[in-house]
Design a protein around this ligand. Structure first.
Ligand code: NDP
Length: 324
């Protein structure tokens, strides 16, 4: 038997319980991973709360790193003891073990620790697809990212700088603004004290930005539209403040024939090849020194409730991980 966080109903953090579970043998093409570190992501709170439906009972968590513990029939690319990580499920990473299709796993380069891999797989691939695929930025562009001191945010600050992009970030405290500036944001706006739209207009000579990356959702949707230049793109990729609902399409005309997309990492790494390309690019950025990983919160697996409470209370910066 092993330990896993499970939910039998959706709701607040306390619905997550540490339970004994069977350690199952991997099926054909699968690899069982014994976790060393587990990534905490905002999407985990949506699965837990029911915003993103899962079939119950369910595990929680999509990202972890560890050692190969058993391989199923037909698995040739991984061997017992290999250092591996995954960042796009399967759900159930908040556990001592998870069983993963071999095509969804990556080898961890020697230069990257287990903790770093668990902290960067999902968030790094997200930063990558937002900057390189959803709106492929070019050197000299200016972009807006909300919650720039967060897990994805600190990676966006660094990757944007690496690509020659001016990133304007928002964050809710002076300390968070300072942190994001130290990690590569060109300008930070304290969203608790400043008028974000006015500051973005000022910083862009009145023009607005060609793209806003918005993982905050409900509270920032209207602000984000107002920060776009005509025919700009709002990439609304998350709901930290709640889901965006009830949008009248006419608003997109009024704001300057702007575009909105609601992207998900899952669709950008749907094939094993796309996943491998994304993963390799993230690890390459780490190896080049373009990305460093800030793990600013560490919890025991048994304290997953606390990890979610802190994340949802905006108490965290950078990445959070659980130790099984
Ligand atoms: P963060 O570490 O960024 O945490 C969320 C941050 O959002 C908070 O720290 C806070 O920063 C800000 N925030 C603003 N309003 C609220 C609110 N009402 N409640 C809570 N937080 C609020 O999380 P992640 O880096 O894990 O994820 C960032 C976003 O990206 C999430 O929405 C997540 O779901 C999304 N995401 C989407 C993916 C996709 O493919 N679509 C993939 C990965 C992540 P501050 O206090 O500075 O405002």
């Amino acid at each position: 038997m092993s330990q896993a966080i499970r939910i039998h109903q959706t709701g607040g953090p306390s619905v997550m319980k540490l339970e004994p579970v069977e350690v199952t043998a991997p099926g054909p093409g699968q690899v069982r991973v014994r976790h060393e570190a587990i990534g905490v992501n905002y999407i985990d709170t949506y699965h837990r709360s029911g915003l993103y439906p899962v079939s119950l009972p369910s595990g929680i968590g999509l990202e972890a790193a560890g050692h190969v513990d058993a391989v199923g029939d037909g698995v040739t690319q991984f061997a017992l003891g290999d250092r591996v990580a995954y960042g796009n499920g399967p759900i159930g990473a908040y556990a001592e073990y998870n069983t993963v299709a071999s095509g969804r796993l990556a080898n961890i380069p020697d230069a990257v620790s287990m903790e770093e891999a668990a902290a960067i797989m999902l968030k790094g691939m997200t930063a990558r697809y937002l900057l390189k695929e959803t709106f492929p930025v070019k050197a000299g562009d200016t972009v807006l990212y909300h919650a720039a001191a967060g897990g994805v945010g600190l990676l966006m600050c660094q990757w944007a700088r690496d690509l020659g992009v001016t990133l304007i970030g928002t964050a809710s405290t002076a300390e968070k603004c300072q942190l994001a500036l130290s990690m590569g944001a060109a300008h930070m706006i304290n969203s608790s004290q400043e008028d974000v739209v006015a500051r973005v207009r000022e910083l862009t000579g009145g023009e607005g930005v060609p793209v806003v990356y918005d993982g905050v959702g409900r509270d920032t949707f209207a602000i984000s539209l107002d920060c776009l230049r005509p025919r700009g793109l709002l990439a609304s990729f998350g709901n930290a403040s709640g889901a965006v609902t009830g949008v009248e399409l006419g608003i997109l005309t009024q704001k300057g024939s702007v575009y909105v997309t609601r992207p998900s990492l899952a669709h950008y790494v749907a094939s094993d090849d796309a996943l491998a390309t994304n993963t390799a690019d993230v690890f390459d950025a780490v190896a080049r020194g373009a990305l460093s990983i800030r793990i600013n919160q560490r919890y025991a697996l048994a304290d997953a409730v606390q990890a979610h409470e802190d994340l949802e209370a905006r108490k965290t910066t950078g990445a959070s991980i659980l130790a099984p």
